[in-house]
Design a protein around this ligand. Structure first.
Ligand code: CUA
Length: 323
């Protein structure tokens, strides 16, 4: 009994965290989803209760045979007419909700491509130019951002429970979702379709900002990478070049123009590392670079554990300085 209490108590407590929960909506679309959840849940409880009452009545209170006419009326009424009315009403209520959530043509636009196991994020500017980033999505409050979703190699699913619904990401086929965030904050997103060994390690942060902060951030994100600001960071840039990191990663404004892995132009300003699994700190950066495959099984990047601790520290200082 005590174990049960601890188990369910922990479950309840863990549900209190609002960063990744449909129960704590931070945007218009998630509010709609939550309203639908409560409506369905309330309806299900009501129906369950009603059936219980009928069951007790016919088996315990008045267990007698029913006239054939009554039985037929019960089957046609309760089995055909009632569900048609109920499901019809539910459809009428819920179908229009899908339309704004699927919109891709209005307002701001971002393209998100699911890779194994990280997220390629491209912000489309009004002139059609794209700013590439990775593993973090930034959105302004009060404006709808259309998300164009795609995947490379296998199917993934895009889900930020606090902001809206969930949509599959399918190789070779665009799908759409859009968010209208209302509360600034940081909300966790998670890949919601099994996509290989590191599926559970494929997360990201969605940073919702005021429109002014968002505009300022987007301007900074569009700029080229910062130059190394210390001797150590400068040495780190040399290690980065020497080890051929630029063959897979882009750091805009430098020779590194690789397209295989995440864009690192402003990696140091992101909230997390490795697609939502580590802190953005120099310690975690050098740990991730040295032991990539151990931390994220079957990922394409090999671990660089042949680097000396000094080289790793310098590389981490360089990357952390790319804000
Ligand atoms: Cu990507 Cu699961």
């Amino acid at each position: 009994m005590r174990r049960l209490i601890v188990f369910f108590g922990t479950l309840l407590l863990s549900a209190c965290e609002g960063r990744q929960s449909v129960l704590y909506p931070a945007g218009r679309d998630a509010q709609d989803v939550l309203a639908l959840i409560w409506l369905m849940f309330g309806g299900a409880v009501l129906l369950w209760f009603l059936l219980g009452v009928i069951f007790v009545y016919v088996t315990r209170v008045k267990p007698r045979e029913m006239p054939r006419r009554w039985g037929e009326a019960l089957i046609i009424g309760g089995g055909v007419i009632f569900p048609v009315i109920l499901l019809g009403a539910l459809l009428t209520y819920s179908l229009p909700m899908m339309k704004p959530q699927r919109a891709a043509e209005e307002g701001l636009k971002a393209h998100i491509t699911a890779e194994q196991w990280w997220w390629r994020v491209e912000y489309e500017l009004p002139d059609g130019r794209r700013i590439t980033s990775a593993n973090e999505l930034r959105l302004p409050t009060g404006r709808r951002t259309g998300l164009v979703l795609n995947a490379h190699k296998v199917i993934h699913a895009f889900w930020v429970p606090a902001l809206g619904g969930k949509v599959d990401m399918i190789p070779g086929r665009e799908t759409y979702l859009s968010f209208l965030p209302e509360e600034p904050g940081i909300y966790r997103g998670q890949c919601a379709e099994f996509c290989g060994a590191s599926h559970a390690l494929m997360a990201f942060e969605t940073v919702v900002m005021t429109p002014e902060n968002y505009e300022a951030w987007l301007k900074a994100e569009a700029a080229d990478a910062a130059k190394p600001a210390s001797g150590e960071a400068y040495r780190g840039a040399e290690v980065f070049a020497r080890e051929g990191c630029g063959g897979c990663h882009t750091v805009r404004g430098t020779q590194a123009q690789g397209q295989v892995g995440p864009d690192l132009t402003h990696v140091g300003s992101r909230k997390s590392l490795g697609a939502g699994i580590l802190a953005m700190s120099e310690d975690d950066l050098s740990r991730f670079i040295a032991h990539t495959e151990e931390i994220k099984p079957e990922v394409a990047m090999p671990g660089y554990d042949h680097l000396t601790p000094d080289d790793l520290r310098a590389l981490a200082a360089y990357l952390k300085g790319l804000t």
